[in-house]
Design a binder for this molecule. Structure first.
Ligand SMILES: *[C@@H]1O[C@H](CO)[C@@H](O)[C@H](O)[C@H]1NC(C)=O
Ligand SMILES: [Cu+2]
Ligand SMILES: [Zn+2]
Length: 161
């Protein structure tokens, strides 16, 4: 089925504790309820970085005050493709040798409207890879053991074109 845009768009401007971490991500929800996330984040170390929606849009203490992973269904942490996952679990993004991660993903559990909307929450990039709940670490089932929060941005409404 051809999905058209609902006209709902949002943007998150990513900043980090380290000032070289910068980026912007756009969120567009289609009429099937799927949100497309696209953009670039620069200034990362090469390799995998955990990438999530966290519950709060609060950056008074940097990315540390954005709360836990967005989890309205009270699930354990997991891979974006798993049945058992937080709504906010978007897996990993991959930075190249130049430190730039190109983000281009689609997800069913991060709508821009309704009771489980991600508007006003935060998108967070971590220092380390997300083990997708399978690492066997004590943090695997809550955070994917993805380490420090190196960048984040609040997801805010953007004007529809
Ligand atoms: C956030 O928490 C980490 C420890 O996980 C700490 O090293 C860092 O300084 C904190 N950042 C802020 C802005 O408080
Ligand atoms: Cu996270
Ligand atoms: Zn999670």
């Amino acid at each position: 089925m051809m999905a058209t845009s609902t006209g709902l768009k949002a943007v998150a401007v990513i900043t980090g504790s380290n000032s070289s971490i910068r980026g912007s991500l756009q969120f567009v929800q289609d009429t099937n309820g799927i949100t497309h996330v696209k953009g670039k984040i620069a200034g990362l170390s090469p390799g995998l970085h955990g990438f999530h929606i966290h519950a709060l849009g609060d950056t008074t203490n940097g990315c540390n005050s954005t709360g836990p992973h967005f989890n309205p269904l009270k699930m354990d942490h997991g891979a974006p493709t798993a049945k058992e996952r937080h709504a906010g679990d978007l897996g990993n993004i991959v930075a190249g040798k130049d430190g730039v991660a190109e983000v281009n993903l689609k997800d069913m559990q991060i709508p821009l409207s309704g009771p489980h909307s991600i508007l006003g929450r935060a998108v967070v990039v971590h220092a380390d890879p997300d083990d997708l709940g399978r690492g066997g670490h004590e943090l695997s089932k809550t955070t994917g053991n993805a380490g420090a929060r190196v960048g984040c941005g609040i997801i805010g409404l953007q004007s529809a074109v």
